[in-house]
Design a protein around this ligand. Sequence first.
Ligand SMILES: Cc1ncc(COP(=O)(O)O)c(C=O)c1O
Length: 416
Amino acid sequence: MTASPLTRADCAALDAADPLAAKRGEFALPEGVIYLDGNSLGALPKRVTARMRAAVEQEWGTGLIRSWNDAGWYPAPQRTGAAIARLIGAKADEVVVCDSTSVNLYKLLRGALHMRAGRGTVVTETGNFPTDGYISQQVADETGARLVAAAPDDIPAAIARAGDDLAVVHLTQVNYRTGALYDMAAITRAAHDAGALVIWDLCHSAGTIPVDLNGCEADFAVGCGYKYLNGGPGAPSFVFVANRHQAGFRQPIAGWHGHAQPFAFGEDYTPAPGIARMLTGTAPQLGLIALEEALHVFDDVDMQALREKGQALGDLFIALVEQECAGHGFGLASPRDAARRGSQVALTHPDGYAIMQALIARGVIGDFRAPDILRFGFAGLYVRFADIRDAVATLREVMDGRLWDRPEYHARKAVT
Ligand SMILES: Cc1ncc(COP(=O)(O)O)c(C=O)c1O
């Protein structure tokens, strides 16, 4: 908590000094909306609209099948992967874009376990995103591996306990609920010391934290294109396989686009030599085109500056909530220390769902994660410090007037 109250002028001063302030102009944000959900669906970069029009009208409409060659569609998964590589500390030929995060997790887990045949333990975390948990369980069922889920603070101990049987450690760098951030370098080192491989899910870190996969000697990673990378709803996922593992990696879903020569139409499967073996079927071109265009927003972005802004926005949010909303029953589910937090802050409240609906009705958009978490994401490319001030002022109005306690705000929608 700061000693003197934080004022609107303090927030305006922070915006005036923000080196990333101009980036907001590159996004099409609706009037009257404070968008604090870029950790779920990134905002629309303006340049994507024109690119999509051209892709649909010219490349699809006029170019038709010729566009696979003439419009650069065929190599788009590799090209888009290379653009993401820069943001996650990977080499251009270590990342490819395809399928969903869930599907790519399956590929990585099966392939990594195959590389550690003879070992049988997979360490993962309790409270991981459900798809990570379900896929680990399914892969464990299919392979006979033993799945050990440990609390985040107990991961080093679980690694030590598994010893020589440890095959794979599978974690999400930033937790989807709490925003808690792992020490990627330390955990990767501990897993390697035990002779195991590590898979990192970067869904909540790529595009907001300067991830350093090769600096940490990471083995494998996945992440989604639709959160901080702003690729649009259901944008395809990216998958990273370190160069040293590519030649021996057995991708379990052997589709024709992962073949060494897809257009030879041979009877037998021969995997492509490099990262292309992670591909399976025909790439969703429209989704890829949107993601590739959206990534240009990062061309001139210093990821360290973006990280620092995300931390500062989170710190300001916590301080203002404590200043303005004390006594309203909120808890803090995120680490208070910004160094241990991604770019989101999670508050707890027993009436969290209704409170979030009341906020959304007033133009402050975050989201809710059962049972009691209100999530606020701070995408530093387009969220301003003044937005934090205004969002907390709205939260205070909603709480002071019990404005959330109306039947329509309690009715659960399909997507929360
Ligand atoms: C940590 C994590 N992994 C995976 C996913 C989603 O995977 P998919 O894109 O396959 O739905 C999410 C989505 O929010 C996530 O937070």
